[in-house]
Write a protein that binds this ligand. Sequence first.
Ligand SMILES: [Zn+2]
Length: 157
Amino acid sequence: MIYGRCAACKSQRRRCPSDCIFSPYFPANDPQRFAYVHKIYGGSNVGKMLQQLPEYLREQAVNTLYLEARCRIQDPVYGCVGIVSKLYQQIHDTEAELAKIQTQIAYHKLQNQQIEVESNFNALSTVDAETNLNFLPTQSNSMEQFQWPNQVPNLFN
Ligand SMILES: [Zn+2]
C-alpha cells in the first residue's frame, strides 16, 4: 500500500503526481467520494472537466458532481430531480398549510372582533339603562319640587 496518493490515483492504481488535479478534491481518506463520481461520469472525464475550469471553481464543481453522482446511484431513475421534486412538494404542502393557518387566524380574529363588539354593545346598553333611570324623576321628587302659587289669580273678574 502506497501512502500519499489521492483517492482518484489510488482507485486507478497510478502514481499521484505533486500537481495531481484530483488530489485537492478527492482525499485518500474518503475513497467513496471518487468511487461515486467515477461510476457515473468516469474518472478521466472528471479530470477533463476540472482542467477546463479555473481553479477557484473546481471545488464547487467537484462537490456538485459528487452530489449528483450520489443521487443518481441512490435513485437511478430520478437522481437529483427526485430530490428537487420532493422539495417542491414539501414547499407546496407547507404553503397550503400556511394558507390554511392564515385563514384560521383571520377567522378567529373576526370572531374575536364580533365578541368585542357584542360585549361593548351590551356594556353600552347597560350604561344607558342606568343613566336613564338616574335621570328619571321619582314620584316624590316631582311633588316636592312643584310649588303652588301663594295667591291664586282671580280669572273671573
Ligand atoms: Zn492523485
